[in-house]
Ligand binder design. Structure first.
Ligand code: SF4
Ligand code: SF4
Length: 64
């Protein structure tokens, strides 16, 4: 499973892009998106999902 970004809630602050250990988050078109093929849920790298941890808007990075 991967995480996804709820585009309508994202402020496009960009914080998550640099914290993702899998480089799964990119700005594409007009929104930040998580590549489900790259997202590892941060397993083996961190105890918690980094995109969820740094996102200033609650419930914006959520399980896909
Ligand atoms: S859960 Fe982890 S690997 Fe997946 S997008 Fe978020 S920071 Fe990247
Ligand atoms: S940290 Fe949250 S608000 Fe900022 S770009 Fe990522 S998903 Fe959007």
């Amino acid at each position: 499973m991967a995480f996804k970004i709820i585009a309508s809630q994202c402020t496009q602050c960009g914080a998550c892009e640099f914290e993702c250990p899998s480089e799964a988050i990119k700005f594409k078109g007009d929104a930040y998106v998580i590549d489900p093929n790259k997202c590892t849920e941060c397993k083996e790298a961190f105890d918690t999902q980094q995109c969820v941890s740094v996102c200033p808007v609650s419930k914006t990075c959520v399980p896909a």
